[in-house]
Design a protein around this ligand. Structure first.
Ligand SMILES: [Zn+2]
Length: 372
């Protein structure tokens, strides 16, 4: 009996011990299951959010990656770039809130100076009935050019040539839809209305490859534009990722009666002076220009020049007539990166020789920007 009782007591202790072990094991299993489950759910949710975000960026018209090699200067991660554009779209009011898809397709990378034997032929006011012939000339010499395009009433039957320009490998950029100074320079809203119209046309014709730069009708020092509207337009366009180019060689073919010989001489003299961006026109009336393009290219090839289409790598401050406004804005816009070595040149361009006064000017432009 004594032995039986003693065994029973041992059995009870063993049973209690076994129960404790089972309870602890169950607790451990439960804890592991809860932690594992939470981890799995969190991972799945994070992956879904990330792929939705990536899909949104990939489908956004402002972030479609170029399939052409024209904008190889873009060095940014498209996801980061998309995120940057998204951030800039938050809490916008007034003209900033208009045209929510009107953003440059991609950010440009570091700008670089080019050798003085690189020439960019630019043609304003096209397309026109002369565009196919001009493309033939460029093709003959394997030259790509840059077209700052318009959509004026007389161009209705020629707009489809924008696709030919794009497919030939030349650059398509906005000049203006209506090219009416009084209308487009009346306000930032008016400029945006016009710009957006032309940008949409080019995007359609080029499968979304409108260049992230433009040219002001009449140039950036157009007296029909007030200084305050001028600054506001530049600033707003830069916020949307667009910058502008003027030119440093004028063929003067905008003058109605310019002869082919005069156009040729103006361009060649400009090239010999070291000019890089040549202003010409591709409007339907500019037959004299068309007749000289081949001769200009022949001269260039014979004399060691290289002709290129603008691709966003060319420092626009080198080709701007309104650097007093443009450079401080360029220096302080997060979308554009200028290297430090440009600072001394900017200071001299702005007539601010001591570096300190340039810096203070930039600081005041910066605080001005923050208030807008
Ligand atoms: Zn023009």
């Amino acid at each position: 009996m004594f032995c039986h009782r003693r065994m029973s007591a041992q059995d009870r202790r063993k049973r209690i011990h076994k129960r404790h072990v089972l309870i602890i094991a169950a607790c451990i299993l439960l804890t592991v299951a809860v932690i594992g489950g939470t981890y799995c759910i969190t991972t799945i949710l994070l992956q879904r959010t990330k792929s939705a975000h990536t899909a949104h960026i990939a489908s956004s018209p402002t972030n479609q990656k170029s399939t052409s090699n024209l904008f190889t200067a873009s060095t940014g991660d498209p996801t980061e770039e998309g995120a940057a554009f998204e951030v800039r779209k938050i809490n916008l009011t007034g003209y900033k809130a208009r045209f929510p898809n009107l953003y440059a397709r991609e950010k440009v990378g570091q700008w670089k100076n080019v050798g003085n034997k690189t020439v960019y032929l630019t043609f304003d006011d096209g397309p026109s009935a002369l565009t196919p012939k001009l493309l033939d000339v460029l093709k003959k010499y394997h030259v790509k050019a840059t077209f700052f395009l318009t959509n004026q009433p007389g161009q209705k039957n020629d707009i489809h040539y924008i696709r030919d320009i794009y497919e030939a490998g030349s650059t398509c950029a906005v000049h203006s839809a209506c090219h009416n100074y009084k209308k487009i320079y009346a306000s930032v809203d008016a400029f945006l209305d016009d710009f957006n119209e032309m940008h949409q046309i080019i995007q359609q014709q080029t499968d979304g490859h409108c260049a992230p730069f433009y040219r002001f009708p009449g140039g950036s020092n157009n007296p029909r534009m007030s200084a305050s509207i001028h600054k506001a337009i530049i600033q707003e366009m830069m916020r949307r990722g667009f910058f502008f180019y003027d030119w440093d060689v004028d063929s003067k073919d905008a003058m109605g009666a310019a002869s082919g010989r005069a156009i040729y001489d103006n361009v060649i003299r400009g090239m010999q002076r070291g000019g890089g961006v040549v202003l010409m026109h591709n409007a339907g009336t500019k037959k004299a220009t068309l007749s000289e393009v081949g001769n200009i290219i022949q001269y260039g090839i014979k004399n060691g020049y290289t002709f290129k289409a603008m691709d966003g790598t060319l420092d626009p401050s080198m080709y701007s007539f309104s650097n007093q406004t443009f450079i401080p804005l360029l220096k302080n816009n997060p979308n554009f990166k200028l290297s430090d070595k440009h600072e001394a040149r900017f200071a001299s361009l702005l007539g601010l020789s001591p570096a300190s006064s340039f810096t203070s000017r930039v600081s005041s432009a910066s605080s001005d920007r923050k208030n807008n």
